[in-house]
Design a protein around this ligand. Structure first.
Ligand code: ATP
Length: 348
């Protein structure tokens, strides 16, 4: 059976140098059964503290945590049916791979035959069968990571927790391992909470992304929702980078910006006359045609795309052009336009 997880008004305060730090500030979230949910946000926004409260490694100051609708807020960690994969893997250096994976089952006093079968099954699943007798320091970073994952999975957890599990791997391996984790999670159907500060990783791996800032949830939704309909400029900027152009609403779906009237999406119903920030992704700015003019300040060839910085009055815009278009030199004048349906009006 797939499990659901729910956080209700979670608050966590720490006492630090006689000052109270509110690391998590009234967070309520629903994690649907079998979903892969990522907590994403800048350093210090409270992601890890939420994960540790779900695992039972921190006690909330107030609020409740529900697993399959039963409160588990005060259940000790070893009785919670959650398992965590840590950033540094936290393997026991003096134990073999087999014994590292077997550790939790031994604490549970699982009979030897059953324990052996379960450990070997997980080692095989993770492609580690021929490394059972090695010690962690005889393994690569990627292999250690798989041992940590096998150790979590062997406990048959209802909730799988990951705290930045890929940060110690090189860029190429990171992409491989994140795909492996996603595939494994889909096959097992285990509800998963994953912490990262890497927005691309979050987009690639998740069913739902929760954007956090200063201990609070800014927005939660599918990667597409978060990308195409961010609720505010923090979310828009954190996920993917965006131009935020100051303007003023002149009608229900029209705003004045850069000295012209532009059709905008206005899903949040901002009234005419209000100041707004109009969000436009760099790939939605098309150069070489359109009613606006600007000066090329910078042109950087990145292979698949060329990235431009365009100066318009005192505003700088980033535009990305695909493919083999003819590169414009720095200092050139260019016309440009925003793709229809792209500009999004945000109140803050
Ligand atoms: P990072 O990506 O850097 O790990 P994070 O989003 O996971 O950041 P947390 O580790 O949850 O953030 O920390 C949130 C806030 O709580 C920070 O301001 C941090 O300094 C503070 N904090 C965390 N743990 C403690 C503690 N044990 N004592 C005091 N303050 C703490």
């Amino acid at each position: 059976m797939r499990s659901t997880l729910r956080l209700a008004n979670l608050v966590k305060e720490f006492e630090s140098q006689k000052r109270t730090v509110r690391a998590v500030n009234d967070v309520s979230l629903d994690f649907p059964a079998g979903a892969f949910v990522t907590l994403l946000g800048p350093s210090g926004c409270g992601k890890t503290t939420i994960l540790r409260m779900i695992a039972g490694l921190e006690t909330p100051t107030s609020g409740e945590i529900y697993l399959d609708d039963k409160p588990i807020t005060h259940v000790p960690p070893n009785k919670r049916e959650t398992a965590m994969v840590f950033q540094n893997y936290a393997l026991f250096p003096h134990l073999t791979v087999f014994e590292n994976v077997a550790y939790g089952l031994r604490l549970r006093k699982v009979p030897e035959a059953e324990l052996k079968r379960a450990v070997h099954e997980k080692l095989e699943m993770m492609g580690l069968s021929n490394m059972a007798d090695r010690q962690p320091n005889q393994l690569s970073g990627g292999q250690q990571q798989r041992v940590a994952l096998a150790r979590a999975l062997v406990m048959s957890p209802k909730i799988l927790l990951f705290d930045e599990p890929l940060s110690n791997l090189d860029a190429k391996l990171r992409i491989q391992v994140r795909q492996d984790i996603r595939e494994l999670q889909r096959n097992l159907g285990v509800t998963t909470v994953y912490v990262t500060h890497d927005q691309e990783e979050a987009m690639a791996i998740s069913d739902y992304v929760v954007i956090m800032n200063g201990g609070q949830v800014e927005q939660a939704g599918s990667p597409e929702e978060i990308y195409f309909q961010p609720r505010n400029s923090f979310v828009a900027d954190f996920i993917g980078g965006v131009n935020l152009i100051p303007g003023r609403m002149t009608g229900p779906d029209e705003a004045e910006l850069l000295g012209r009237k532009v059709q905008v999406r206005n899903p949040y119903g901002i009234a005419a006359g209000q100041e707004v920030k109009v969000a436009v992704r760099p790939e939605e700015v098309t150069l070489g045609d359109g009613p606006f003019t600007g000066t090329v300040r910078r042109a950087v060839f990145l292979g698949r795309v060329t990235e431009y910085v365009i100066q318009v009055g005192d505003q700088r815009l980033v535009a990305v052009m695909h493919g083999q278009h003819r590169r414009m030199p720095e200092g050139a004048e260019t016309t440009f336009n925003f793709n229809a349906g792209a500009p999004l009006a945000l109140a803050r």
